[in-house]
Design a protein around this ligand. Sequence first.
Ligand code: ZN
Length: 140
Amino acid sequence: MTIEIRDLPSVRTTSNTDIIDMTPQVEKEIQRSAIRNGHATLFVPGSTAALTTIEYERGVINDLRKAIERIAPKDLYYEHDERWGDGNGYAHVRAALLGPSLHIPIIDGRLSLGTWQQIVLLDFDNRPRKRRIVMQLVGE
Ligand code: ZN
């Protein structure tokens, strides 16, 4: 069994609920890797960002953005804002609900994603950020 750790190229985000397709970068690292069968764990450090998968198509990206806005609206009262004054309570709640990591099987040197399933980074913070994704590959 081998373990490889890779840092994907960092991504600059805005403050408007960015949803960024990371699939090409992740696939590139899988191709560079010696691991043919195992799994990839992807993790975004930070409490206002998240990872998930979705069909990367403008309609459903906007639908997801609207659904997130309904679940944790930006203009509600958040106790976090009173405590820290950074105004991003909504971003912490959104990130917690979606989660910071993904776990994807690697089979015969390929991620076992569906045809219409892309890996996306979501940044909810209320200021531009530079995000990095840590990728750990385990297998043989
Ligand atoms: Zn905060």
